[in-house]
Design a protein around this ligand. Structure first.
Ligand code: ADX
Length: 629
């Protein structure tokens, strides 16, 4: 049982040499957390070496002792005030510091950002602040340090304060959660005791400011997320062991396991030493048994049915890059989310952010310590949350070999949940067998049924080519029919808009309708933007024997220049939402059966290529002869 009550997890960040270690040393001293005789020992040592004593040496010496296995772990320093206990996550200067923070093992509740009063905001001040925003840490105490070097003057303090505030505001950190204060860590000014040297300052001291941070509410009111760590066989029972990352569960609850999309009820919550509890909550590691034997394994996530995580293999992310070599699109990593691990590629770098200038733009790589918005594609389906909804289950790390090379927060908004396919279905459905064989229809028609799935940007020429192709094929004696996006959206799909979810449903329905036409022996030309690869892949997965993916490809700028429907102009003006290529992604096919370069070729050449393709692949040749060819 995790008793998180009255403990605050704290992290101290800031530019190198702005005084983080000194501050930690001083805090430990002021709160009586240092081992007996430590300060004296370090003082004596400094004297012997002829150096002035520094509080940072205390931390250094603890670090050195830790490395020799003598003393406490500097990655887990504790101190106490009258109000509560603090757990300082990782010592500043520690090499793994950013990694620990990003990996979320840290999950700090509050942050002290140390800024040198003399130097003001520097490179790493911005970087660290930006990282805090990415991680969603919103309780920030900005300690403007080394006030002694600034003559304890209010003017300089206000100046730096404004500079930091402006930066935090510009990156979207919520100002309500920020406290500023002037300190001189070395002198102990405004750490615990109010400093007589700064009578103009009337706010709290650092320790008072820390004590004023509200105790974080446990994530009990968030939806249940239980990450499966392991499954044990125990006499006849299978015990699913996992950690409750948010929410709570009761015996009798129906749980949905993602990404496998299987449900079962909690039969029991196991206990090793006491009576079996009826419920369990956030922070607890539990073992549960289910009323049904479903296939559950490490990495799966249990939730309640109506507040499930998103299941996807593609999502956008804000990424903080820690790898020594730059991140380039297409590189392979392993992605860890909770206990789940799967191969992943960074498919695209959507935006690289310069944390100094906040300028952002397209980029083809992300350097060490850089920040970027990327599109991640994993090999397996993954259960995850939109970071804004659940900060704990909405973050992940990327691993290369044994190294954490990056961490990020997931944004699932642009991509639909993919569990639709496995949504509860009628179980008493039987497939009715036709008495007319596909082969007979093909012989009668002189060709096989099939779907020519035209995908491409708006303005690439899908409809134009489709209309003319239908006419030419018909003239050659093919049974053919065009299903067009604009038309379908006025009838069958009049209830759907352009959000990722609605587009997915649009394509799902059209995929099914197309397959029926194809089964009826027709060559159906389906012309839809169909921007998401998963949606197209799903048709291929279910109706692969008919599916021919045709990429009508023209560069975005060509389509935009044509702007046949005036939609690009209106999208740029903000009048059309979710417009593909402008405010929503388009994912080109990886290996389409046919690519028609409509931006480059004449219409005639495009049509010839299409007709050739049909004649080669769909014209009927009796089975026997086909075998010889
Ligand atoms: S899809 O993304 O769901 O496949 P679809 O091909 O049906 O899109 O779109 C049909 C037509 O809707 C487009 O050709 C375009 O004329 C129009 N349209 C209106 N608003 C949008 C929008 N936001 N994005 C894309 N197309 C839009």
């Amino acid at each position: 049982m995790n008793t998180n009550t009255n403990k605050l997890k704290l992290v101290i960040v800031g530019h190198v040499d702005h005084g983080k270690s000194t501050l930690v040393g001083r805090i430990l001293h002021e709160t009586g957390a240092l081992p007996e005789g430590k300060v004296e020992a370090v003082k004596a040592m400094s004297e012997k070496r002829g150096m002035p004593f520094e509080w940072a040496f205390v931390i250094d010496s603890m670090q050195a002792e830790r490395d020799q296995g003598i003393t406490i772990d500097t990655t887990q320093i504790r101190f106490k005030t009258a109000a509560r206990e603090y757990l300082l996550i990782d010592a500043p200067g520690h090499k793994q510091f950013l990694k620990n923070m990003v990996s979320g093992a840290a999950g700090a509740d509050a942050v002290v950002l140390v800024v040198d009063a003399h130097e003001g905001v520097q490179d790493q001040t911005r970087r660290h602040a930006y990282l805090l925003r990415l991680l969603g840490i919103r309780r920030i105490i900005v300690a403007i340090n080394k006030m002694d070097l600034a003559g304890y003057g209010e003017e300089r303090y206000q100046e730096v304060r404004r500079e930091v505030a402006a930066y935090l505001r510009s990156i979207g950190v919520n100002a309500i959660d920020i406290t500023f204060l002037p300190i001189a860590a070395r002198e102990g000014a405004n750490i615990r005791e109010r400093s007589a040297a700064m009578p103009w300052y009337e706010g709290p001291t650092l320790l008072e400011a820390l004590d004023a941070v509200p105790q974080p509410v446990a994530a009990t009111d968030l939806p249940l997320r239980l990450t499966v760590q392991d499954v044990y066989k125990f006499d006849e029972r299978r015990i699913i062991a996992g950690r409750i990352e948010s929410g709570s569960l009761h015996v009798g609850d129906t749980l949905l396991f993602s990404p496998i999309n299987a449900t079962a009820r909690v039969a029991s919550i196991e206990s090793w030493n006491a009576a079996q509890p009826a419920k369990a909550g956030v922070g607890q590691s539990v073992g549960i048994t289910l009323d049904e034997d479903i296939f559950v394994e490490r990495g799966h996530v249990a939730s309640h049915v109506h507040s499930a995580p998103v299941v996807s293999n593609v999502f956008r992310a804000n990424l903080f890059w820690l790898g020594r070599s730059a991140l380039v699109p297409g590189a392979q990593y392993r992605l860890r989310r909770g206990a789940a691990e799967t191969p992943a590629v960074i498919e695209r770098i959507d935006r690289v952010v310069d944390t100094n200038t906040l300028a952002s733009g397209p980029g083809d790589k992300v350097e060490w310590n850089g920040v970027a918005e990327v599109t991640v594609r994993t090999r397996g389906l993954l259960a995850l949350d939109h970071h804004a909804d659940n900060a704990l289950t909405g973050r992940f790390v990327l691993v290369d070999g044994h190294q954490i090379v990056g961490g990020g927060t997931a944004s699932t908004e642009d991509y639909p949940d993919q569990r639709r396919d496995a949504a509860p279905k009628g179980t008493n459905l039987f497939h009715v067998r036709h008495r007319v064989a596909a082969e007979d229809r093909a012989r009668m028609n002189g060709h096989r049924g099939g779907i020519l799935w035209f995908t491409g940007l708006s303005g690439a020429g899908k409809s134009t080519l489709a209309v003319e192709l239908e006419r030419r094929l018909f003239a050659k004696g093919y049974q053919t029919f065009l299903l067009d996006g604009d038309n379908a959206r006025q009838g069958l799909n009049a209830d759907l808009g352009f959000s990722p979810q609605e587009r997915a449903e649009n394509i799902r329905r059209i995929g099914e309708v197309s397959a029926l036409f194809a089964e009826a022996g027709m060559i159906v030309i389906s012309a839809f933007i169909s921007p998401y690869r998963v949606d197209r892949d799903r048709i291929r997965a279910t109706h692969g024997e008919y599916f021919h993916e045709v990429h009508i490809s023209a560069p975005l700028h060509v389509c935009e220049a044509r702007d046949t429907k005036g939609l690009y102009r209106r999208a740029r003006a903000g009048e059309v939402k979710d417009f593909t290529g402008i405010s929503a992604p388009y994912e080109a096919p990886v290996a389409p059966e046919l690519e028609i370069k409509s931006g480059e070729w004449t219409t005639e050449r495009c049509l010839a290529a299409l007709v050739d393709y049909v004649e080669e692949h769909l014209a009927y040749r009796p089975a026997k002869i086909r075998a010889v060819v």
